[in-house]
Write a protein that binds this ligand. Structure first.
Ligand SMILES: O=P(O)(O)OC[C@H]1O[C@H](O)[C@H](O)[C@@H](O)[C@@H]1O
Length: 540
């Protein structure tokens, strides 16, 4: 299982040369002026997701070299190794088979187990949704991969959720997360889902214990019926006192687990049929990723573009701007997916990498971000590629009628216009010359016109990608998430890193365990002066 690292491919040096000769001077405005076909040439339809890549600093020669780079790193073989279940998470000796969770029966490894687990989980979800279940509130307690995916999807698919059934997500060990949720609950009408792959996570166990204590104190009875677990550690869940555990396997990574029983709250919210549509959308993207030639392969193209920007242009972050309020948790979800997967500093053999890996991924739903940090995207000193996600048709649900429906439809047009305007503005910019010819009624009269024009000019040539969905539904969301998963796989595969472990979260956990008793005892012996000083202040 040894594949060449990107800098070992001849295309790497060729890309460095190409960057120096052409990439560094590339101008999007000139490219659009010179290439009438640029949009057609650089856009493509993948399953459920249309992508416009034309506003990126990329030309045919760049793509040629990036494709050579991918081939040099044996991307195709690496991809097959994942789909076939080889232990590509080699530091933990595990396969990486989230794709098997959404494969039709018989189409992927472990099919029988997967189908049986899915059927059991969906049947349980339907029983919770049934009118006679008596359940009104579902509290999902989990963190990281056992929280972000389900929470993001449930939020995104509100229009498909069962009315009257309330889903709550509690993740933080900070009691300010759990307490306000508990205030709204009736124990007799509440189901707690304790989600933890390992069932050892401090935050989740603490919240689960607190929830159980509240449940009993509030007069709840039959813990066995009101608490269930989703975990690959069924023994630990049983020890905790939970009788019903939906198990899964070590080859499902936490941040890739929403397709497994960790998706139980999704299934409870949207029902079995919609959950299957979510899986089907993801599988459609899996098939595209596996079969499409690299030049028409959207996850591959996005991953290659990430390499181009990170390693040749030196851009250190990427902003995600979903123009759909339902996707407001998508940036947080992507932060774990991408930064926990590819935030690595050594290659598979443990050698320090001579190049950058995961960019910082951040963002906010549009148009909100426009009124906050877009200033920096437009005029700041760093170039930050932006990924816009727009949804053509809104889904406000049947209860929205009459004048409200008309107004919301109009607001959707405004939303889309904003999305288009931002990528256009980033690209076009505004020269000092143009700014000089504009009226600037709010500018200070005491400044010279040239000074004002300089403040009002935009460098432009700032790259962005726009992803379009026809509508946000279970199938399209499944495809969108799988697109991101595979794009992260592509850049990780070329960087030659293990995208599927997360040792970087361990040190803080271990130090937390040793500091916890010290916060009680006040013992600061052997601590650095800063930690000791802060600990004493917190105890005072
Ligand atoms: O599902 P759990 O075992 O409780 O783990 C929850 C999360 O915590 C860990 O520290 C990892 O950083 C995440 O990858 C994981 O998703």
């Amino acid at each position: 299982m040894s594949y060449p690292r990107c800098d070992q491919s001849p295309a790497w040096a060729a890309l460095q040369d190409h960057y120096r000769r052409s990439g560094a001077q590339f101008d999007l405005r000139a490219a659009f002026a010179a290439e009438p076909e640029r949009f057609a040439q650089w856009s493509l339809q993948a399953p459920e997701v249309f992508a416009d890549l034309s506003k990126n600093r990329i030309e045919a020669a760049t793509l040629d070299l990036l494709v050579q780079l991918a081939e040099g790193c044996q991307l195709g073989a690496q991809r097959e190794a994942m789909f076939k279940g080889e232990p590509i998470n080699h530091t933990e000796g595990r396969a990486v088979l989230h794709t098997a969770l959404r494969a039709p029966a018989g189409a992927a490894p472990f099919s029988d187990e997967v189908q049986a687990s899915l059927a059991r989980m969906l049947a349980f979800a339907e029983s919770v949704r049934a009118a006679d279940s008596g359940i009104r509130d579902v509290v999902h307690i989990g963190i990281g991969g056992s929280d972000l995916g389900p929470a993001m999807v449930v939020q995104a698919l509100q229009a498909f959720a069962k009315p009257g059934l309330r889903l709550h997500f509690v993740s933080n060990v900070d009691g300010h997360d759990l307490a306000p949720v508990l205030r709204e609950l009736d124990p007799a009408r509440t189901l707690f889902v304790i989600a933890s792959k390992t069932f050892t996570t401090q935050e989740t166990l603490a919240n689960a214990l607190a929830a159980k204590a509240w449940f009993l104190a509030a007069g709840g009875s039959d813990v066995g019926r009101h608490f269930v677990a989703t975990s690959s550690n069924t023994a630990a869940a049983a020890e905790f006192g939970i009788h019903t555990t939906f198990g899964f396997w070590d080859w499902v990574g936490g941040r890739y687990s929403l397709w497994s029983v960790i998706g139980l709250p999704i299934a409870i919210a949207i029902g079995a049929e919609h959950f299957r549509a979510l899986l089907a959308g993801a599988w459609a993207m899996d098939e595209h990723f596996r079969a499409a030639p690299l030049r028409q392969n959207l996850p591959a193209l996005l991953g290659l573009l990430d390499i181009w920007y990170r390693n040749f242009h030196g851009f250190t972050s990427r902003s995600v701007a979903p123009y759909h309020q339902g996707l407001k948790r998508l940036p947080a979800y992507l932060q774990q997916l991408e930064m926990e997967s590819n935030g690595k500093g050594v290659d598979r053999e443990g050698q320090a990498l001579p190049y950058g890996t995961s960019p910082v991924v951040w963002g906010e739903a549009g148009t909100n971000g426009q009124h906050a940090y877009f200033q920096m995207l437009h005029q700041g000193t760093d170039v930050i590629p932006v990924e816009f996600i727009a949804v053509k048709t809104p889904t406000h649900g049947p209860q929205v009628t009459g004048e409200l429906a008309e107004r919301l439809a109009d607001q959707h047009v405004k939303l889309l216009a904003n999305c288009l305007a931002q990528s256009q503005a980033l690209m076009q910019g505004k020269s000092v010359e143009e700014a000089l010819h504009e009226r600037a009624p709010t500018a200070s009269k005491s400044l010279g016109v040239l000074t004002v024009a300089r403040h009002r000019s935009f460098p432009g040539n700032r790259p962005s990608t726009t992803l379009l969905l026809e509508t946000l539904n279970p199938r399209s969301l499944g495809a969108l998430i799988a697109l991101y998963e595979h794009r992260v796989f592509v850049s990780g595969a070329l960087w030659g890193i293990n995208s599927f472990d997360q040792w970087g979260v361990e040190l803080g956990k271990a130090l937390c365990s040793s500091l916890l008793p010290r916060l009680g005892s006040g013992d600061v012996a052997g601590l650095d002066a800063s930690t000791a000083g802060l600990l004493q202040k917190l105890r005072a």
